[in-house]
Design a protein around this ligand. Sequence first.
Ligand code: HXC
Length: 293
Amino acid sequence: MSLSLAFKSIISSQAIRNSLNPSLIGIQRRFQSNEFKNILTEVRGKDKNIGFIQLNRPKAFNALNAELMTELEQAVKKFDADPSIGCIVLTGSNRAFAAGADIKEMQNKSFSEVCKGNFLSNWTALAESKTPVIAAVNGFALGGGCEIAMMCDIILAGEKAEFGQPEIVIGTIPGAGGTQRLTRVVGKSKAMEMVLTGDRISAKEAQLYGLVSAVHPVDNLVDEAVKLAERITRHSKLTVQLAKEAVNSAYETTLAQGINLERRLFHATFATNDRKEGMTAFVEKRKPNFTDS
Ligand code: HXC
């Protein structure tokens, strides 16, 4: 049995959990971390396999300052490297997912400072995660907040969510993928309208344009995101990773290149135990027992 499977069976037993010895308590603490100042992290889901990250600067509407972004990068990389984690959920508060990069922090920066320091170049951890990431967006997702939501694989929105790229209003433009990812998702005309006016769109409109996959009541949103994450984690982690790579390639390649890559990745699943197990389980009319191998 792998270490992660062993750990899952340990924590699923309440009786054993009550008699945890100090070393096991140490392992469990890893999943309920207060090691960060601007975000909260914990492990959720019935099988404790969902990495949960909550942006937590409520007084600043979760404005994304350098310290928060460094912490977010560390948390995403840690969950991504953890074999027991099959999906990550990223959320904010009911009022704000994130109201953008921290304007107070940027206010006095000079061109040479941001250029020489390559400001924003470290905002890539979410987009680089091999583990699927679901953004659960309640409230404002503006500027950098909309941009980090778009770095995630799936966006679910609460009914009162609002999305926008209002940088133009403060004399700048999107700098973490807003002009690129938004345009690929909603098309040139709507992206231009949003980027050139700074106007926000509602959750319903965001769903209409394909920016979000579903809209839920505010209070249910996080639970729905965790449920969706759990549905993903039922499958082979290895196959999920290949499927995610194939979908993401649609944004990077020509159609012919993407179709070729997809076919090769499909072929590659025939080198895995999980492809054999999945098909065998279907034929034998039973549930598959994936081993992520
Ligand atoms: C720093 C921010 C902030 C931000 C809100 N706050 N957004 N602080 N950076 N991006 C702070 C406010 O200063 C205030 O704190 C508190 O949060 C509440 O905000 P209010 O404005 O008082 O609330 P409200 O009237 O309800 O308006 C909410 C809002 C508005 C619509 C979200 O705050 C707003 O327009 N924020 C800026 C949105 C924006 O322009 N985002 C893009 C940023 S540029 P105090 O202490 O003052 O009361 C960007 C660049 C992207 O993201 C480039 C790549 C990342």
